[in-house]
Design a protein around this ligand. Sequence first.
Ligand SMILES: [Zn+2]
Length: 224
Amino acid sequence: MVDTRRATVLGSGEHRVSTVEHLLSALFGCGVTNALIEVDGPEIPAADGSAREFVAAIDAAGVAEQPLPQPRNVVREPHVFRDGDKLLAIVPAPAFRVRMTIDFPPPVGSQYVDYDSRSAEYRTAVAPNRTFGFRHEVEALLARGLAMGGSLDNAIVFDADGPMSPLRAADEPGRHKVLDLIGDFALLGAYPQCEVIAIKSGHALHFEAVRSLVDRASVAVSAG
Ligand SMILES: [Zn+2]
């Protein structure tokens, strides 16, 4: 991981691939821990702004069971990370769970999404939910000559009245933030056995938490 300001960029030597977070989220959500992905270009395609097409591709390729235990990062005590009014708490739990609170100006507003990996199906509860933005942001980008690549095709855009195209879920923005968080925690390289309580958090705070979990070296190999 070499840059995390807006999207997640993975790098090795002089090579860079950006916008990997939705693909990593799809892999994690589908239980894939080992995959060869060939990329010909500087970034992963945005597709429709969600993880749905990646999940479809994973399901089309199929998943093979391998006889190797999946490493687990077992969180044994609470950790809290803060940045202004953004907060991320990681607490011990029997399985990976995300409780996400977002708080944006209207019409998005506050949303709370509880994703428990034991009971919720990633493919339907998380994967279809798209990136979102605000019309004034899109117009500012366009004014600076930075198009979002057909923004209404790969993001939900909100104007003052609401979404400019139909939502896939009433709380689609909150669910997309769960999708993003899962993609960031996939960089742990091990199953995060913990509950993540996220309030207005974003990539930067997620990476701080993931780095801390790696540094604590509490990774245990188990057959789970
Ligand atoms: Zn995203």
